[in-house]
Design a protein around this ligand. Structure first.
Ligand SMILES: Nc1ncnc2c1ncn2[C@@H]1O[C@H](COP(=O)(O)OP(=O)(O)OP(=O)(O)O)[C@@H](O)[C@H]1O
Ligand SMILES: [Mg+2]
Length: 252
């Protein structure tokens, strides 16, 4: 039995704008398992990004309960929540959002300094991550000197610097070309292979097939899931076919 890293119970998110309010996430229940590479799919506007922001603590739920490693987190004070965001979660966005005035090395280090690890450990982890993303020889370059794919690899490394319990990624390949996407996905597969739990939103079958569990979201609720482990297939093309059939059956 896999343990549950993150759990949302009866999650609701309502956006209110003047007199208009929209219920974007509606009584949604979700569990994320340790070591899984979970993928969230669904049509545009279904609430995928909103859900990721809630689960990662970037945005607040309107109602419901959230648990990280069985500890309730939705009712914590802001400074405790900041601590969790800095130390226990990593986030990769569609755009790398690196700091232009900082080198590759500094971009990763600065996020490490915000966590609770000592500086020696942060420096050691940064060197290891630079090796892992194959960027050690570019460590003193600035973001403007990197390709889009290299920047996104740095963003992935940055999300890992504090050894998070879970890495969230919202369309991490959305702004990349095919070759750059493959490199970023290989990296995500690789870190998941080392045991890192990942929760990723994507529209892209080539990205989705790196996951082992696909959740389909529709009208702010989970409308079914596909467990790829049951098929015992390794080829990415075959995995894509299973996912394609699944999302088509859901009305994608
Ligand atoms: N801050 C906000 N204020 C008001 N409405 C919002 C806000 N953020 C999102 N929404 C609305 O919530 C709905 C879901 O948005 P969300 O960004 O979660 O969709 P998504 O599934 O990620 O879509 P996409 O695939 O296009 O990224 C949309 O109708 C959107 O307009
Ligand atoms: Mg989105």
């Amino acid at each position: 039995m896999k343990s549950i890293v993150l759990e949302g119970k009866s999650l609701c998110k309502t956006f209110t704008n003047g007199e208009v309010s929209a219920n974007v996430i509606r009584n949604l229940d979700v569990e994320v398992y340790q070591g899984d590479f979970t993928v969230i799919m669904g049509t545009s506007g279904a609430g995928k990004s909103t859900l990721l922001y809630l689960l990662s603590g970037i945005d607040d739920i309107t109602s419901g309960e959230m648990y990280l490693n069985e500890k309730r987190i939705d009712n914590l004070k802001e400074n405790k929540m900041i601590d969790i965001r800095r130390n226990q979660i990593g986030f990769v966005f569609q755009e790398p959002n690196l700091i232009d005035d900082f080198s590759v090395y500094e971009n990763i280090i600065i996020t490490g300094y915000l966590g609770t690890k000592n500086r020696k450990e942060v420096h050691r982890n940064t060197d290891e991550l630079l090796e892992k993303i194959d960027m050690i020889e570019h460590k003193n370059k600035y973001p403007s000197q990197l390709s889009g794919g290299q920047k996104q690899r740095v963003a992935i490394a940055r999300s890992l610097i504090n050894n998070p319990n879970i890495v969230f990624a919202d369309e991490p390949t959305g702004a990349l070309n095919a070759k750059q996407s493959k490199q970023a996905l290989d990296l995500l597969s690789n870190i998941n292979g080392s045991g890192q739990t990942i929760l990723m939103v994507t529209h892209d079958l080539k990205a989705a097939c790196r996951g082992n569990r696909i959740l389909y979201i529709k009208d702010g609720k989970i409308d079914g899931e596909l467990n790829l482990d049951q098929f015992m297939v390794d080829s990415l093309e075959e995995r894509e076919k299973y996912i394609f059939d699944f999302i088509m059956s859901k009305g994608w």
